[in-house]
Design a protein around this ligand. Structure first.
Ligand SMILES: C[S@@+](CC[C@H](N)C(=O)[O-])C[C@H]1O[C@@H](n2cnc3c(N)ncnc32)[C@H](O)[C@@H]1O
Length: 221
């Protein structure tokens, strides 16, 4: 999978995407990730990317020209162009799964008050939000999406089954899990998990996932 990210803050990406499973996926050639600086697509001496909104109001907006130039250069005809915006569809595991099957994605992150509306209308195939709060720019949302999608690429996790069993994969939260020791500070691991009875363990886990979801996230039921 190829993911390009367009941002005003390329330096923010050093670190989070150079570690752990994402870095392993990059090294293994499962993910081709490139970070592009929006300022490289400006044509004036000051490398201007923003301007005041027509009609007045606070803050600055990202101008259309550099964004159009960048997207037209970076996106091929099959690239899915996604704007990051608090006003977008809520990103979730189902969307992550769909994106993991798209060969080329361009994530466009905003800054200031966001994008000139013509960018949304003409360039974007989709608009995603990572939650109902406002961040200063789209770099963190882009990293969240790259991370969530990369771990779903076949071969990215040591054991591909991990992604099938975890929270949201069946519309439920994950069941509780334990590791050694079987007793810690007086707290024992549930007996059934030590029983070796796989059918009973699967039944217990399914019940736990349902009751945990009902209690914490009834909206998912
Ligand atoms: C300060 S925000 C702009 C908020 C915009 N004025 C609004 O009210 O919707 C600047 C940029 O950060 C990114 N951003 C902020 N919060 C986000 C979120 N929850 N999900 C995705 N992107 C977000 C977007 O790229 C946005 O253009």
């Amino acid at each position: 999978m190829k993911i390009d990210v367009l941002t005003l803050f390329p330096a923010m990406f050093a670190g989070p995407l150079d570690e752990s499973i994402v870095m392993r996926a990059r090294r293994a050639g499962l993910l081709d990730l490139k970070i592009h600086n929006l300022r490289d697509y400006t044509y004036d001496r000051h490398k201007t990317v923003d301007d005041r909104p027509f009609g007045g109001g606070p803050g600055m907006l990202l101008k259309p020209e550099p964004l159009f130039a960048a997207v037209e250069k970076l996106a091929g005809k099959d690239t899915r162009v996604i704007l990051l915006s608090p006003a977008g569809r809520s990103f979730n595991q189902a969307i992550a799964r769909k994106l993991a099957r798209v060969p080329e994605v361009l994530l466009v992150s905003g800054h200031y008050e966001g994008f000139d509306e013509r960018v949304r209308e003409e360039l974007a195939h989709d608009e995603l939000s990572i939650g109902d709060y406002v961040l200063t720019n789209g770099a963190l949302p882009a990293m969240v999406i790259v991370d969530a999608v990369t771990r779903l690429l076949p071969g990215a996790l040591g054991d591909d089954e991990s992604a099938q069993e975890e929270s949201f994969s069946h519309g439920l939260l994950e069941y509780p899990q334990y590791t050694r020791p079987a007793e810690f500070r007086g707290k024992k691991v549930p007996e059934v998990l030590l029983s070796g009875n796989h059918a009973e363990i699967a039944k217990w886990r399914a019940e736990q996932a349902r009751s945990r979801t009902r209690e914490r996230r009834p909206d998912l039921m």
